[in-house]
Design a binder for this molecule. Sequence first.
Ligand code: CAA
Length: 240
Amino acid sequence: MKKIALVTGGTRGIGGGIARRLKEAGYLVAANYHKDATGAEKFHAETAIPVFPWDVSNYESCARGIKDVCEMLGGSIDILVNNAGITKDCMLHKMEPESWQQVLDTNLTSIFNMCRLVIGPMREKKFGRIVNMSSINGVKGQIGQSNYSAAKAGVIGFTKALALESASKGITVNAIAPGYISTDMTDAIREDVREKIVAGIPLGRFGKIDEIAQAVLYLVNEEASYVTGITLNINGGQYL
Ligand code: CAA
């Protein structure tokens, strides 16, 4: 039977690339999105991957969304890719409490929400693959990203703890820490800041979406059963 894979933030950017690759690899894929219904419908028209709107920062919303996915695809989630995330970059001395809270809720509490809701059935089945998207900036910090760096560092700690809890149940839990990948999110970086960032990347360029998607394919594979609790750095050779 085909395994069911769910990708949050899965209709564009890195998540869209991951969902496409998972489908090509033969998984039954569902893609979550939040607000961009037009973009999601376009993605669905191109890929035939079913798309589901919900807010990953809200537990009840996640519960409803996961129920819809399971009903439509006819089973529980085997593979969860927690990819959805936002930035609200600002120096701390100018940051509003809302920008802190929204980034923590969307990038970290979302991981609790989603994992909490899929982990029970995975434990019963004695199989599961969870991949959580962290970031290079969760590992090393970044100017203007105290909120984002804190959340993405939290993702790494969460991943390690859940990997330990799940090791005896056939469930692997890993994080990926992408460097700067060409997407709408990195397109928004100011030109002068972008130049400084590229200058610090040994490969001399931003990464490509597929350079992350291929790593996800490996981590969710049944044969990757001895890899758990890791954070895979994919960042063009930056030393951390
Ligand atoms: N490297 C070195 N110095 C940097 C820097 C960088 N990447 N970014 C900013 N600075 C310096 C500035 O030159 C400035 O120095 P001085 O005070 O000596 O002049 C100081 O830090 C303050 O920065 P700004 O003057 O730019 O402050 P601002 O309030 O105008 O702008 C900001 C704040 C918009 C957040 C801006 O600092 C910025 O864009 N920072 C980078 C944010 C970033 O990398 N975001 C990544 C988004 S993509 C993503 O997050 C995906 C992922 O996982 C990688």
